[in-house]
Design a protein around this ligand. Sequence first.
Ligand code: GLA
Length: 408
Amino acid sequence: MCQTCQTFAGILVLCLINSAFLLENGLARTPPMGWLAWERFRCNTDCKNDPDNCISENLFRTMADIVISEGYAAVGYEYINVDDCWLEKERNNYGQLVPDRQRFPRGMKSLADYVHSKGLKFGIYEDFGNYTCAGYPGVLGYLRTDAQTFASWDVDYVKLDGCYAHPSEMDRGYPEFGFYLNQTGRAMMYSCSWPVYQIYAGMQPNFTSIIEHCNLWRNFDDIQDSWASVESIIDYYGNNQDVIVANAGPGHWNDPDMLIIGNFGLSYEQSKAQMAIWAIMAAPLLMSVDLRSIRPEYKAILQNKKIIAVDQDPLGIQGRRIYKHKGIEIWSRPITPLYQNYFSYAVAFLNRRTDGTPSDVAVTLKELGLTSPTGYRVEDLYEDVDYGVLSPQTKIKVKVNPSGKYTY
Ligand code: GLA
């Protein structure tokens, strides 16, 4: 029987009452969760004039502190991830990477130790090409050395970008760097940008190989601080779901990019929508926001345990867009618990219209593909409404607040 069924605003979970490909590192059995600097803090290196917001060890220490003190760690956020612009422009005499001496005076091992002392994990950024996207030294020509350096700093997560590299060399290069990571003996999560650069170059990524070699990978554009950007990502994943969805599973995930909830660009409703759709997509949940000043209602979205549980569902089946008409979308994801070979489901209702008034969406469970004769317990994950146990023939009515640009 279904014990915990859930609904959302739209996101409903309809609980009933795999495809695990094991990477050698054994990590990311569920999508990684944490904090990542890029979208919010970019390549701000001006610590003289902007000491609190520049890319420096202080910023990451502070965020690690808050992830613990404000309850983010308690709901699953675990990684504190550095992105671009942490490096000196030159390697040292041994050909090793050197963190910026002014901004990371104690070095990366010390920062990793600090993050670990909090019970968290530490991530770093590099690039498969000659340079990172912001122009710092890339790993090309130094794959083994850099993997060893990261292991010696006790890094737990490596994001390997793909600027200044030939997309056709990535089929060889990304697995090679992964091989060197594995060879260090330290388990490091491996985030790849391999498919997105190949797609940009007009190539068809070899997802069989990507799944084998990466724990997560980017498929599409960088997220920006706007609803238009979030919508473009939702559309990309919806429009390409037949190619994308089956690639996700325990150990290997599609990465639609960071959560921008709590920044400047999304309204409250749009923030709820991002969280709900990312959970349906089994996306990594990497917050990129200033945790020092986030407003409580946005923090509550990021810390919504029921939606996080959907994202982290152990089956690891990525959801799909199952309906799209006149600005209303329905997204659905099979989740646990299973009962007599029927899945439970998380169902998100998205209203992209701009006509102001909440839209009524009425649909039977059967129309959503939910056919278990024993019925489903239905719960709203944002509003704490329990709809009780419903049969497949029951029509559910959901009011979905508008949050988008669709004009009818
Ligand atoms: C690329 C990546 C971003 C970020 C920047 C850093 O654009 O896709 O996520 O890492 O580089 O320069």
